[in-house]
Design a binder for this molecule. Structure first.
Ligand code: SCA
Ligand code: 5AD
Length: 675
């Protein structure tokens, strides 16, 4: 499938702007190009909703309370990877990742601590949860109930967007088929019992982070939105009623005009889509969105420059009319946000709201020929992509075959090549470089301590509870899955009697097993962008060896951010190396076994979750001593020395160019192959 080309946005326009007259339209009226509300931020400023979570519920609760006392207006929970994938903290596969990239929640007891002293009837809470959505929603509902807040008083959002997990984010558990049933169970339950709660946050953000352009991000998000509506309709769900509580989530990258245009176009397209489904409610047609500034646009070098990037991106969100906003912290290319960096990110929003006046005007770009053309080009692009997707069999078929993932992957490869060729300049990364200055403070996650605490709490919970009641509730949940009933009430019953998140998911995976999606890696002509000399040296090395070099690349643990790993696979293959790429979620034992079958010339591990020391210690203890190990990912400079001492040859991070990587690998391989 081919993507259409976007009519040029910055420069000469080829698309006659159908929306050029939109400036005459009223704000807050369908098709909402000019904003979802009449008075927008003059009536209510956007919600300042910083996504956060780390270690245990106690630590994250303290962070939330501090943020609220500093003026944040909504909450947004980041869960750790074991929680996302439905493993309790004491599960073998969870050990490395507990509390690292989010908060560890094993049961309703943890959820209660997470919101201790926070009135859930008053503060709206977003939860980024997709795979383990049933037990996490159930924990939230039961914790609120035990706090004295009934479901119908709860406001907030559950992400509950599984399609984008298969396409880009990778925290899915079951097959797409089973998971779509879970999505509709949550939507149906919320619409019946939680009228103030947004039952989905249909997300594009992760597509852009994985490599998609803003227009591809929008096209895939709208295609998914259509697929969900169609699915709900087939399930007999009343769209007129549920569509009001389907919200959206977009990324904000550095293509300033495109980002503003994207948000305007999104509102138009949603309104048009609901017309197609004959939905009349004006409120449903009003697309409401959360936006987050881009993580991938941030550089490791000169981290304070990231404050500038985040501010520009956030401004695009405000000009585009977002309802809720997360601004990233300047140190995110290095670690989870430190307290200092989180404070700057939060205060960036205060400055935008209180000092600049940019929110005083509704849709300030409306009527600009450039912006109307850009909005129109976005709309045209999405319509064409939609037709292409349908011709190829529709979203669900393309999700299952992995083709939408490949689409994004291709754009990531192109971006990597553009950066290498300096067609895309990134200050401090590929031009205007200066010596790397690490931020003064970095958040260090006490993962081992969190694991111990969580394991202790789980043991206590299991001693206290009525095991018979738990067993009966889990059996009922499993039977409900078999007979295709709405699983939400059964999960709530199980969580109420203190079943754990992991136990609920285990009951479901016994019925609908864990799933691994197919993975394809495209080739790309990287060598044309590298120094000719290095390309030649690889060729010479392999002719001296009289065989191709062989490499293994793997992601270990529960971290599914595979953009970087896949770029490296393509790069190495283009250098003539034979590369095996293991399916995500590999264990160190998987790698050892793979290497034992036919030893590799080198093994590269990609780790973005902060668990690098854990995994590298394990692999260096188990692997044969003459195997060079490389690591890539989000690795603080302070850990680089430790990793090299443990036995890693080279540590690669976001600041390395592909040429640097090719040279460093070569130098090590020459020594290792004893040529
Ligand atoms: C708002 N209201 C107005 C108004 N503005 N009424 C009149 N005039 C105006 N100008 C009303 C609304 O209709 C609504 O009322 C109420 O005020 C609350 O406003 P809101 O705009 O709905 O704001 P909010 O409650 O903040 O909700 C925003 C949104 C919601 C709808 C987008 O879904 C949301 O908060 N989403 C956040 C998602 C999020 O944080 N995701 C994090 C993902 P009613 O309620 O009566 O209608 S992080 C992630 O995935 C990271 C990546 C990773 O991989 O981990
Ligand atoms: N706390 C704060 N921000 C987080 N992000 C991811 N996890 C967390 C967390 N636990 C942010 C980063 C990343 C984006 C996907 O979300 O900015 O780039």
């Amino acid at each position: 499938m081919k993507a259409p080309s976007l009519a040029k946005i910055e420069g000469v326009y080829s698309v006659a702007p159908e929306t050029a007259d939109s400036w005459r339209d009223a704000h807050g009226k369908a098709p909402f190009v000019r904003g979802p509300y009449e008075k927008m931020y003059q009536q209510k400023p956007w919600t300042i909703r910083q996504y956060a979570g780390f270690e245990g519920a106690l630590e994250t609760n303290a962070f939330f309370k501090r943020a609220l006392s500093q003026g944040q207006t909504g909450l947004s929970v980041a869960f750790d990877l074991p929680t996302h994938l439905g493993f309790d903290s004491d599960h073998d596969l969870a050990a490395a990742d507990v509390g690292r990239t989010g908060v560890a929640i094993d049961s309703v007891e943890d959820m209660a601590v997470l919101f201790d002293g926070i009135d859930l009837g008053n503060v709206s809470v977003s939860m980024t949860m997709n795979g383990a959505v049933l037990p996490i929603m159930a924990c939230f509902i039961v914790a609120a109930e035990e706090q004295g807040v009934a479901p119908d008083k709860l406001s907030g959002t559950i992400q509950n967007d599984i399609l984008k997990e298969y396409i880009a984010r990778n925290t899915y558990i079951h097959s797409p088929d089973f998971s779509m049933g879970v999505v509709s169970d949550v939507v149906a339950y919320c619409s019946a019992h939680m009228p103030r709660f947004n039952s989905m946050s249909i997300s594009g953000y992760h597509f852009q982070e994985a490599g998609a352009s803003p227009e591809l991000e929008l096209a895939l998000t709208m295609a998914n939105a259509r697929a969900y509506l169609t699915h709900f309709q087939q399930q007999g769900i009343d769209l007129e009623f549920v569509a009001k509580r389907l919200s959206f989530f977009f990324g904000l990258g550095m293509s300033f005009y495109k980002e503003v245009a994207k948000l305007r176009a999104a509102r138009f397209l949603w309104s048009e889509l609901l017309d197609e489904f004959s939905i009349r409610s004006e409120n449903a047609k009003r697309l409401k969105m959360h936006c987050q500034t881009s993580g991938v646009s941030l550089t490791e070098s000169s981290p304070l420059n990231n404050i500038v990037r985040t501010t520009i991106e956030a401004m695009a969100g405000v000009f585009g009319g977002t309802q809720s906003l997360h601004t990233n912290s300047y140190d995110e290319a290095i670690s989870l946000p430190s307290d200092q960096a989180s404070k700057v990110a939060l205060e960036t929003q205060f400055i935008l709201q209180h000092e600049t006046g940019i929110g005083d005007v509704v849709d300030p770009w409306g009527g600009s020929y450039m912006m109307e053309s850009a909005t129109q080009s976005m709309i045209e692009y999405v319509r064409t992509m939609q037709k292409n997707i349908e011709t190829e069999g529709g979203v669900l078929a393309l999700v299952a075959s992995g083709q939408l993932t490949t689409f994004i992957h291709r754009q990531a490869l192109q971006t990597a090549m553009d950066e290498e060729a300096l067609n895309k300049k990134i200050v401090g990364k590929n031009c205007y470089q200066s010596p790397t200055s690490s931020p003064q403070h970095q958040r260090v996650i006490a993962s081992d301590k969190t694991l111990l605490q969580q394991s202790k709490k789980l043991a206590q919970l299991k001693l206290k509870r009525d095991d018979g009641a738990v067993k009966r509730a889990l059996q009922a949940l499993q039977a409900a899955a078999r007979s295709k009933q709405n699983l939400m009430p059964f999960t709530i019953d199980a969580i109420r009697v203190r079943a754990t998140v992991g136990e609920c998911i285990k009951a479901l995976t016994d019925e609908a097993s864990r799933y691994l999606k197919p993975e394809y890696i495209e080739s790309a002509p990287f060598c044309t962008h590298l120094d000719a000399d290095i390309v030649k040296r690889y060729q010479t090395l392999s002719s001296q060896l009289d065989r191709p070099l062989r490499f293994l690349i793997a992601k270990v643990g529960l971290d599914g951010h595979d953009r970087g790993a896949k770029v490296i696979v393509s790069l190495l293959r283009d250098l003539g190396i034979e590369v095996d790429y293991l399916p995500i979620f590999a264990s160190i034992d998987d790698i050892i076994q793979q290497d034992a079958m036919c030893p590799y010339d080198g093994i590269g591990l990609s780790i973005l979750s902060g668990a690098h020391i854990h995994f590298i210690t394990q692999i260096t203890q188990k692997i044969r001593t003459d195997c060079p190990i490389f690591v890539g990912g989000v690795i603080p400079t302070s850990d680089k020395n430790t990793l090299e001492k443990i036995g890693v040859e080279v540590v690669f991070t976001a600041k390395h160019s592909l040429n640097d990587i090719a040279i460093s690998l070569y130098d090590t391989l020459v020594v290792a192959t004893k040529i």
